[in-house]
Design a protein around this ligand. Structure first.
Ligand SMILES: Cc1cc2nc3c(=O)[nH]c(=O)nc-3n(C[C@H](O)[C@H](O)[C@H](O)COP(=O)(O)OP(=O)(O)OC[C@H]3O[C@@H](n4cnc5c(N)ncnc54)[C@H](O)[C@@H]3O)c2cc1C
Length: 378
């Protein structure tokens, strides 16, 4: 960190550090002294205001759709009019710059939006999250000015939805084992051949970020921007998953697809670096979504534990149920679902956002007593 930034952070957090409090000691008393743990960054006022409006709008819209969301999960599809409503709420342009028609939210604010959508339905988070976090993130990180001008406006409006194509049948955790191949043609373009699997938004995307080998089987990976409408691009049927069923997951195939030279993303031969940079950035959104989902589940579980009676007693009073819902001061070892969520929130909202500029601030109050879910659910 350079001196100027360090001084700026110091100024912004002056008066907020609570030096008299021990973080570790307070954890055992159910207090998380957030300001001491993560004194920076601070969320921009603009982001905070926009976030407030967005989360309210998301809650209103998705609450009204709660029954339809269950049906979408059952049939495994989000209807076009539903996706259109997500477009109109600006949910496809969350992290794209204002100059290209997006909302230009910070990483922290973006993760918070995904937490809100996940508290209603995780498939919604996947549709908008796979688009932003991984599908088109490469253009933001590595795109040329020309690529940004050409693609970002329609990605921001959601007219074009993006997907990230790395995984193959033989390349999962070992992402570098990609066999999909791109062969350079005399005119400088590339001929792309291969098949990707498990691609989120595969069936609804208009643009794919595709990773392929560029110089023989032992060669290096390169990244390409591929339009779904090009000849030779096709996708397989919807994968019938156990959860997040409404999110589109398909195979995507490339058969002699001609990719123009100007659609190489980043440097030829540096595709693995591009892929890892995208995935590292994408974790912010995924973490935000997980926090939102956990919060919603704990709310449901604690409501049930309070209401459900056996032996004339709410089941929340019984030994095996109580530790999962009891507040930290009463729980042995200081663990509870709420402390886990708080830890996850803190790590999602803050450190990732530290990489963004300008500085941001968490909307979580400085010191929060971790209340028992039994209290929060009431
Ligand atoms: C719903 C869904 C959506 C997806 N969306 C996308 C997408 O949009 N784009 C995309 O490119 N991919 C996507 N994927 C693919 C995903 O990235 C892969 O599933 C993931 O990389 C793991 O690969 P795999 O499934 O082949 O598991 P494998 O690599 O076969 O791993 C199987 C198990 O072995 C373990 N394992 C593997 N290697 C090691 C090791 N060295 N040490 C210890 N344990 C190990 C793993 O942790 C795992 O438990 C999606 C997958 C799912 C399920």
């Amino acid at each position: 960190m350079n001196t100027e930034v360090a001084q700026q952070d110091q100024t912004e957090t002056t008066g907020e550090l609570r030096c008299e409090l021990s973080v570790a000691k307070n954890l055992f008393f159910g207090e998380i002294v957030e300001e001491n743990l993560f004194p920076y960054p601070q969320m921009r006022e603009r982001d905070r205001e926009m976030l407030g409006m967005m989360t309210d709008a998301i809650d209103r819209f998705l609450s009204e759709k709660s029954e339809e969301l269950v049906e979408m999960d059952r049939v495994g599809e989000q209807p076009e009019e539903f996706i259109q409503a997500l477009r109109e709420m600006g949910l496809f342009g969350l992290i794209i710059g204002e100059s290209h028609g997006g909302l230009e939210l910070s990483n922290a604010a973006y993760a918070r939006v995904l937490a809100q959508t996940s508290s209603h339905d995780s498939s919604v988070s996947l549709t908008i999250g796979a688009h932003s976090s991984i599908g088109m993130k490469g253009i933001l990180l590595f795109g040329t000015d020309e690529q940004k001008a050409r693609y970002l406006p329609s990605l921001a409006s959601g007219e074009t939805i993006a997907a990230f194509c790395l995984t193959e049948s033989g390349a999962g955790s070992d992402a570098a084992a990609v066999r999909c191949k791109a062969t350079r043609q005399d005119d400088g373009s590339w001929l792309l051949n291969g098949e990707k699997i498990w691609i989120t938004n595969g069936g609804i995307a208009g643009l794919y970020t595709v990773f392929a080998r560029t110089d023989g089987p032992e060669g290096k990976l390169s990244a390409f921007i591929v339009e779904a409408g090009w000849e030779g691009v096709s996708h397989g049927p919807h994968e019938d998953k156990m959860g997040i069923r409404a999110s589109s997951t398909t195979a995507v195939a490339f058969s002699d697809v001609r990719v123009p030279a100007e659609n190489v993303l980043g440097e030829v031969g540096k595709g693995f670096k591009v892929a890892m940079a995208i995935l590292n950035n994408g974790r912010t959104g995924l973490g935000g979504g997980a926090v939102g989902g956990m919060k919603a589940l704990i709310k449901l579980a604690t409501a049930q534990a309070k209401e459900r009676k056996q032996f004339d007693t709410p089941i929340a009073e019984f030994g095996l149920v109580r530790p999962s819902t009891v507040s930290p001061p009463r729980a042995r070892c200081g663990w509870s679902p709420t402390t886990s969520i708080q830890a996850a929130r803190t790590t999602r909202w803050r450190p990732q956002s530290a990489r963004s500029s300008p500085p941001m601030r968490s909307s979580v109050p400085p010191t929060r007593r971790c209340r028992s879910p039994l209290e929060t659910a009431s």
